[in-house]
Design a protein around this ligand. Structure first.
Ligand code: PNW
Length: 445
């Protein structure tokens, strides 16, 4: 452990950012010819969104681009991670492209460049065109090829100005929460479908990387995985075995194909007849060299053989407003594990980290979110510790720039370092935004 101030523990070229995604902030759901996404459709199902809300307006970012660019710049970050809504760019997900859709992202990217901020774009942060879902969505192998076409189209227009280009955000969430648990769009409940979806997401990632490189990509290309440190609830052999299998179904299910070209054997055996159909050449296509790996980290995952959920709050452990345990050491553990497991690990960026907290009311123009300040500080320290242990860390981005549509939780959970009043759309930087700005100034120091 280094005792130098935290700000001295990062190299000068370290990438510091804030992150958002299209559906969660943009609104403008019907502007400029945008098509319907599976999240537009899903939100209309009764009972699936906690406050019965949707993304029609969200943070109205679509109409407040210049103000939000100035807000990002005011934080002193050198990178902004955002996502591109596929249905803006290609309303049905197949057939006609809509040039007006990319006009918006061109203004965003040019606005970032003018302010000296790196542009990190994600192609799929879950808002698949409904027109593709109507044909089977990610369960249908043709969607893989539609994604590659879309990726090439975006790169042709914006690629020369992008610093990073991410294929998918958190394929585990899309596959498992969207197609097995059914709590996210498209709301399906089939383990078999989810497994096939995960394979198609990985395959589309690999084929997109091949195509983008063949087209002369200059941005760094990679994928973003949601990962946690997975540990057994007790030292009992049954719990240890359950934790190992849970790790194979989550972290290794995605990282092993990407870096080793194979799904983990124990997870495949556990899936049995639900294992995905894999065609010859698929695994080689998935195992493309990547310029970086993006890691989203929020909490650790504690596994018991009984299948009982680990109730951190009930055990008196610190939790965020999502009831996710606050466990910064898990981030260091995870990053060191990645370095040890994957000899060819590329530079790693924390592409999301942050927390929802309740102390978020605006009082006399101020939001004193001390819990979030502590969360960010301890997790950035966890990244510094991984760096000292030889993990090739290259960047860190806070989730999120501002409060936004938190999926099935609607607008009830606030992750922003900037407060959003949804009635007026007024943005108020919280104490955590001030802390982050001061920290980044000290890093430059
Ligand atoms: C990520 N889980 O979602 C997403 O990338 C963001 O869009 C989201 O706002 C953020 O984390 C906070 O939730 C996740 O249940 C949602 O394991 C759920 C899980 C993980 C990530």
């Amino acid at each position: 452990m280094s005792h130098a101030p935290l700000s001295r523990q990062f190299p000068p070229d370290f990438v510091w950012g804030v992150a958002t995604s299209s559906f969660q902030i943009e609104g403008g759901a019907h502007e400029d010819g945008k098509g319907e996404s599976i999240w537009d459709r899903f939100c209309r199902q009764p009972g699936v969104i906690a406050d019965a809300s949707n993304g029609d307006v969200a943070c109205d970012h679509f109409h407040r681009l210049e103000e939000d660019l100035d807000l990002i710049a005011s934080l002193g970050v050198n990178a902004y991670r955002f996502s591109i809504a596929w249905p803006r760019v290609q309303p049905a997900g197949h057939g006609e492209f809509n040039p007006k859709g990319l006009d918006f992202y061109e203004r965003l990217v040019d606005g970032l460049k003018q302010r000296g901020i790196q542009a990190w774009a994600t192609l799929n942060h879950w808002d698949l065109p409904q027109g593709l879902q109507d044909r089977g969505g990610w369960n249908d192998r043709d969607t893989v090829h539609r994604f590659v076409d879309y990726a090439r189209h975006v790169q042709a227009r914006l690629g020369d100005r992008l610093d990073g280009l991410t294929t998918h955000n958190e394929p585990w969430v899309v596959a498992t929460l969207g197609h097995d648990k059914g709590i996210f769009a498209p709301g399906l409940k089939s383990r078999k479908v989810a497994a096939q979806v995960s394979h198609h997401l990985l395959l589309s990632h690999g084929l997109a990387l091949q195509a983008l490189r063949a087209d002369g990509a200059t941005a760094k290309l990679g994928i973003v995985l949601n990962l946690s440190s997975t540990v057994p609830a007790t030292a009992m052999p049954a719990d240890v075995a359950a934790a190992k299998l849970a790790d194979s179904h989550s972290r290794r299910w995605y990282a092993d194909p990407l870096f080793k070209g194979a799904y983990p054997e124990d997870a495949l055996a556990d899936l049995g007849a639900d294992a995905p159909v894999v065609q010859p050449g698929d695994m080689a296509a998935i195992q493309q060299p990547m310029d970086y790996l993006g890691v989203n980290y929020y909490t650790r995952s504690v596994i018991a053989a009984s299948g009982e959920e680990w109730n951190a709050k009930g055990r008196g452990l610190p939790v965020s407003d999502m009831d996710w345990e606050i466990y910064p050491d898990g981030l260091t553990d995870l990053l060191v594990l990645l370095k040890n497991d994957y000899a060819n690990l590329p530079p790693v960026y924390i592409t999301e980290n942050g927390g929802a907290f309740r102390d978020d009311a605006v009082v006399l123009g101020r939001v004193q979110d001390d819990d979030r300040v502590a969360y960010l500080q301890t997790h950035i320290a966890a990244v510094a510790s991984a760096l000292q242990q030889g993990v090739p860390m290259a960047g860190y981005m806070v989730w999120s720039l501002m409060d936004n549509f938190e999926w099935a939780s609607g607008y009830l959970k606030r992750f922003g370092i900037v407060h959003v009043d949804y009635g007026t759309q007024v943005r108020t930087p919280k104490a955590s935004a001030d802390w982050y700005r001061d920290f980044l100034l000290a890093c430059k120091g």
